[in-house]
Ligand binder design. Structure first.
Ligand code: GDP
Length: 595
């Protein structure tokens, strides 16, 4: 039977193309928007890091009532996929809205999620947003979307996508570009018309597939998923099984059941097939679990959580400056924080080590772990991390390594250096096409190892104009050693009374960066900023520490933000036996102090 009263839809958008504004507007116009709360405020509060990085990490649910239909809108993670989450989210829905800026056009970051949606044969509604922008070029953007669909092997039906022109900002939309209506009805109608109602077996035995996990202090673990078959009631007994984990076979009682309304979860007594629900009160509920009726426990298959590809050691900061900046510095605090992360991030792994002060944390690539590190730092944690280590796999005595697929958009003038650098790092170019505005899009297949530390180098090489995205691309036989780069050396030259310090950042390019705010510990660079050019530095000696303060030109100083350097930059300079000190204020590199 078809649940005509429901539409389950996922939303895909490049950051800043207006997804939040659009969902807010839909909420507002559907009348659910009672309070002052908006998605925007929520996102601002909780996800500034995600926004900065241009990705969303946790999928969020919003539900909107339009006429007699409930529309569940599920946010998709941006380009970064940390363990099959995108696919699991997409399995809950029967269609997607792709939001595209009417000026910028589709961006490579959305490609990965879109490809998954197309592979699952989901119909796509294209919302050309910001149609009010004076420089909007909607026809051209539609062509670009079409090209992208063709490139991603969309089916014939998918290529004939419906288009809605929207201005989320002004709350208007239309099917016919020349007649913008002063509300979102055309978009609402389009969703109802082009997204199939969930087609489910309402009478069968209960099956709920848990697709995501949420956590909160009061409710504990919360499983979110779609009722695939039958119906679920509070106080009923059920059985929890898992296709990948035969030992999981446990009787449970449904105590807390929720559906989504607006931005909230509301408790319900019953939910029917086709609904997206949340269940609390079930201890160790996990992704991939199926909640079934007692009489017929049939587990559904699900997109497995992919294995971690990279690991780092997280340790208590025990260096000479330990504990000066952090609120949370002890091994107990570090341990608790890391294990808490496992509640919501299923693709992360945390292992104890022989030392109570150190933990091995594994995840899906450098970006995954660096987001965790950055989040903890902002929360007031102080700790140290090691250089990321790629996790190899051995199959029949052969060594395999994780690969990444990297998409890079760069102005033509910087193409050469990108190709050369990635070549040295064992990257293989698989595609090269011209894109908008004098940019070229390059695609590489590269060992995950080869990307460690490349991001910041890339930003420097392209003078901040490049866009780089990478995604896990399976395992391939070991590609051989990658030559390690020289870290460069500290040089100084007298210039009158002040001393100019510089560092050969990249050997083949000579003396490029002079770093203000740099601290030197036993003769090494422990902090830097890559945005600056030459600056004079005054030096003052403090015990074994030499700290330098910038006294460069006003122009140069203006370029220097107070943070010493980013994690990616630190990782670029770190060697195997060194640690990066992460504190709420600074990220510094330091010689290995352990043993
Ligand atoms: P998100 O990152 O995709 O969630 O994007 P936001 O909804 O936060 O929007 C990014 C920026 O674009 C904000 O400054 C919005 O005010 C602006 N914006 C969103 N929709 C529109 C629109 O339809 N027209 C114009 N001119 N600006 C918009």
């Amino acid at each position: 039977t078809k649940r005509e009263d429901i539409r389950n839809i996922a939303i895909i958008a490049h950051v800043d193309h207006g997804k939040t504004t659009l969902v807010d507007e839909l909420l507002k116009q559907s009348g659910i928007f009672r309070t002052n709360e908006s998605v925007k405020e929520r996102m601002m509060d909780s996800n500034d890091l995600e926004r900065e990085r241009g990705i969303t990490i946790l999928s969020k649910n919003t539900a909107i009532n339009y006429k007699d239909t409930k529309i569940n809108i599920i946010d998709t993670p941006g380009h970064a996929d940390f363990g099959g989450e995108v696919e699991r989210v997409l399995k809950m829905v029967s269609g997607v809205i792709l939001v595209v800026d009417a000026f910028e056009g589709p961006m490579p970051q959305t490609k990965f999620v879109l490809k998954k949606a197309l592979e699952l044969q989901l119909p796509v509604i294209v919302a050309i947003n910001k149609i009010d922008r004076p420089e909007a070029r909607p026809e051209k953007v539609i062509d670009e979307v079409l090209d992208l669909f063709i490139e991603l092997d969309a089916s014939e039906e998918q290529i004939e996508f419906p288009v809605v022109f929207t201005s989320a900002k002004e709350g208007t939309s239309s099917i016919d570009m020349s007649k913008q209506e002063d509300n979102m009805e055309p978009l609402f109608e389009s969703i109802i018309k082009h997204t199939p109602a969930p087609d489910v077996d309402a009478e069968g035995d209960l099956q709920v597939l848990i697709s995501t996990i949420d956590y909160n202090e009061y409710l504990g673990r919360i499983g979110i998923g779609k009722v695939e078959r039958g119906n679920i009631k509070t106080n009923q007994d059920a059985i929890i099984v898992n296709k990948e984990e035969e030992s999981k076979n446990k009787k449970i009682r449904i105590t807390k059941l929720y559906e989504f309304e607006g931005l909230s979860r509301v408790e319900v007594k019953e939910a029917k097939a086709g609904s997206i629900i949340a269940i609390a009160g079930v201890e160790d509920i996990s992704i991939g679990d199926t909640i079934c009726s007692i009489d017929n426990p049939e587990p559904l298959s699900f997109v497995t959580i992919s294995e971690p590809t990279i690991s780092m050691v997280f340790s208590v900061n025990n260096g000479p400056f330990a504990g000066r900046e952090g609120k949370f510095v002890t091994s107990r605090q570090l341990r608790e924080r890391l294990f808490k992360e496992l509640h919501t991030d299923v693709s992360l792994k945390v292992e104890e080590t022989e030392s109570a002060d150190s933990f091995i944390v594994s995840g899906r690539g450098e970006l995954h772990l660096s987001i965790l590190i950055e989040t903890m730092r902002r929360q007031g944690y102080e700790f140290m991390v090691s250089k990321p280590k790629v996790l190899f796999k051995t199959v029949e005595n052969k060594k395999y390594e994780p690969m990444e697929r990297v998409t890079i958009d760069v102005p033509e003038e910087f193409m050469g250096s990108v190709i050369e650098k990635l070549g040295t790092r064992k990257g293989e170019m698989v595609n090269m096409v011209p894109s908008e505005g004098g940019y070229t899009r390059l695609e590489f297949s590269i060992p995950a190892r080869g990307l460690i530390g490349y991001r910041s180098e890339f930003m420097t090489d392209t003078k901040g104009n490049g866009i780089m995205n990478s995604i896990f691309d399976g395992y391939e036989p070991f590609k051989g050693d990658i030559p390690t780069r020289s870290r460069g050396s500290l040089v100084s030259s007298e210039q009158g009374t002040s001393v100019t310090y510089g560092m050969y950042h990249v050997q083949d390019r000579g003396n490029l960066f002079i770093h203000p705010g740099v601290e030197v510990y036993e003769g090494m660079i422990v902090g830097m900023n890559s945005k600056t050019q030459d600056i004079d530095l005054n030096v003052c000696k403090k015990k074994h520490l030499t700290s330098m303060r910038a006294s460069g030109s006003e122009e140069a100083l203006r370029l220097v933000p107070p943070i010493i350097f980013s994690l990616e930059e630190a990782l670029e300079f770190i060697e195997d036996d060194e640690l990066v000190e992460i504190t709420p204020e600074n990220i510094r590199l330091r010689k290995k102090i352990l043993d």
